[in-house]
Design a protein around this ligand. Structure first.
Ligand code: CMP
Length: 150
């Protein structure tokens, strides 16, 4: 597990607020207050398919790799870069992680506890919709990739 570093600054707020365009100032403030930076080490597993999760993430610097088990073989689903979020599927569904996410190089993440994001989403249905759509689309893409095989 990486170390937690400084709180969010304005630049980071801009990244997050782009993601949560539907949030008002109070919503952004609530999220910011709950967020932490985390510096990951190269190859670190940030979350693992099938495990319980309790954090939602935004990539602040660098990249992460998303993979899933395809009948015993590791399949790459996506490379996510700066400003991209992940961890929304477990947060919205309450199910275990749908994929494994691994650090490429030494990315810095913005980490939000599920509880804080869920509380904000309760008051911001449009933001919930943004995350729900992303989660559904990703799950569909995963299915397509598995079906396509290689
Ligand atoms: P979650 O299941 O909470 O944890 C793993 C995350 O990987 C998942 O949420 C999504 O954010 C992300 N993810 C899963 N499948 C894909 C995909 N096909 N493309 C991009 N990201 C994905």
């Amino acid at each position: 597990m990486g170390s937690e570093v400084a709180a969010l600054d304005q630049e980071e707020l801009a990244k997050v607020s782009r993601l949560f365009e539907a949030l008002d100032a109070a919503g952004r403030h609530a999220l910011l207050g709950a967020a932490k930076h985390r510096q990951c080490s190269a190859g670190e597993v940030i979350c693992r398919e099938g495990e319980h999760g309790d954090e939602f993430y935004v990539v602040s610097t660098g990249q992460v790799r998303v993979t899933a088990d395809d009948m015993g073989k590791e399949r790459e689903l996506a490379i996510l870069g700066v400003g991209t979020f992940f961890g929304e599927i477990a947060m919205l569904s309450g199910q275990p992680r749908a994929a494994t996410v691994t650090a490429i190089g030494e990315p810095v993440l913005i980490v939000f506890p599920f509880s804080a994001v869920r509380a904000v989403l309760q008051d911001h249905p449009k933001a919930r919709e943004v995350l729900t759509r992303a989660g559904v689309q990703r799950a569909e893409e995963t299915l397509q990739k598995m079906l396509a095989g290689s």
